[in-house]
Design a protein around this ligand. Structure first.
Ligand code: PLP
Length: 370
């Protein structure tokens, strides 16, 4: 026994993973958080060529310049973020970017505002930096949307960071433009850094628009990547765009943790950004159909369910989430208790519609019966 306590005792293993370790393999999985689509052919072909052309060496720590230049163009065009290749760091997924940000920015005594309910990694990565996660509630009655005032109320002299996630996992909520702008102004005025997790940016419905706080404030690290938009989850590729004054701090963490993201995945990333984007909009259209099916079915069954504006999750309110998840699992449908995403999810369950239309129909039939 080397040591009686470890930093990792501050956190627990993911409850979601644990929950489904020994479950029926034939169950319909509405618990997963990844697109059920394949990587588009043009991206696959670029990566195959990358292997043949021996792109198997370390890349620059920040990532290939060619990829970073494409990211700069994308951020300018889609997000109105003016940056340059030097302030982009390509990472092993948004997960690494998030962890790098927390390690570089926070320390004991710092408070970091995180969404409640919110993606599990926020609490864990903040705690691993020994900072204190402080949840901001996003009530169901408001479509789970955060408002500028909610954030303002939670700011203290110890607040060092705000994590935003739009579109949201687990609620599908998209933050309105006025609040993105309002929260960006709060960050500027109070000397706080926003970490803006925009990984679901491209999975958005009803002609809703995505807005980035990085367009309005210098105190923003924008995280985005390829996992969801291009169905590249296993290829572990994302990036962060940092204000110039902070890039080298992030680079220190990234450099000593992973050195660089996979060279072949980066080749795929260049093609993803440069190539045709039809597969992205096709995928989003298909998700939109599934969203309508699942939300309407759940509402018909009497479960209050907000029609999300993005990502691929619904977060219905159910009378007894623990019993609901257990009964659904016994009957062959996997979903997750909302409490896994924070105390404000205690009356809800999360269902992902990253599964086929037919499977969602079957799953809804099963739920109707039980
Ligand atoms: N951020 C959110 C909100 C997510 O839901 C996920 C994955 O589910 C991630 C980040 C991690 O993305 P990546 O696969 O790029 O690490």
């Amino acid at each position: 026994m080397v040591k009686s306590t470890y930093r990792t005792s501050l956190i627990e293993l993911s409850q979601i993973r644990k929950m489904f370790e020994n479950t029926n393999p034939d169950a319909i999985n509405l618990a997963i958080g990844e697109p059920d689509f394949d990587v588009p052919e043009n991206i696959k072909n670029a990566m195959k060529k990358g292997i043949d052309d021996n792109f198997s060496h370390y890349t620059p720590n920040r990532g290939y310049e060619e990829l970073r230049e494409e990211i700069v163009k994308k951020l300018s065009k889609d997000n109105h973020i003016k940056t340059n290749a030097n302030d982009i760091i390509v990472t092993c997924g948004a997960s690494e970017a998030l962890s790098d940000c927390c390690q570089a920015l926070f320390e004991k005594g710092d408070e970091v505002l995180i969404p409640n309910p919110g993606f599990l990694s926020y609490e864990a990565t903040v705690k691993l930096a020994e900072a204190k996660p402080v949840g901001y509630e996003t009530p169901m009655e408001r479509g789970f949307k955060v408002k500028t005032d909610d954030i303002q109320e939670k700011i203290t002299e110890n607040t060092k960071g705000i994590i935003l996630n739009s579109p949201s996992n687990p609620t599908g909520a998209v933050i309105d433009k006025e609040d993105i702008r309002g929260i960006a102004d709060l960050a500027t005025d109070n000397d706080i850094m926003i970490i803006s997790d925009e990984i679901y940016e491209k999975i958005i419905y009803d002609n809703k628009k995505h807005y980035s706080p990085g367009a309005y404030s210098d105190n923003v690290i924008t995280i985005n990547g390829f996992s969801k938009a291009y169905a590249m989850t296993g290829l572990r590729l994302a990036y962060m765009s940092s204000p110039s004054y902070f890039t080298e701090e992030l680079l220190k963490v990234h450099q000593y943790t992973t050195a660089c993201a996979s060279s072949i995945s980066q080749i795929g990333g260049i093609e993803a950004l440069r190539g045709p984007q039809e597969s992205v909009s096709k995928m989003a259209k298909e998700f939109e159909k599934r969203r309508d099916l699942i939300t309407d079915s759940l509402n018909d069954m009497g479960y209050e369910c907000v029609k999300g504006e993005g990502a691929f999750y619904v977060f219905p309110k159910v009378p007894n989430p623990e019993e609901f998840v257990r009964k659904a699992m016994d009957a062959g449908v996997l979903c997750v208790q909302g409490i896994a995403f924070g105390s404000e999810g205690k009356n809800n369950v999360r269902m992902s519609y990253a599964n086929s239309y037919e499977n969602i129909e079957k799953a809804m039939d099963i739920l109707r019966k039980i």
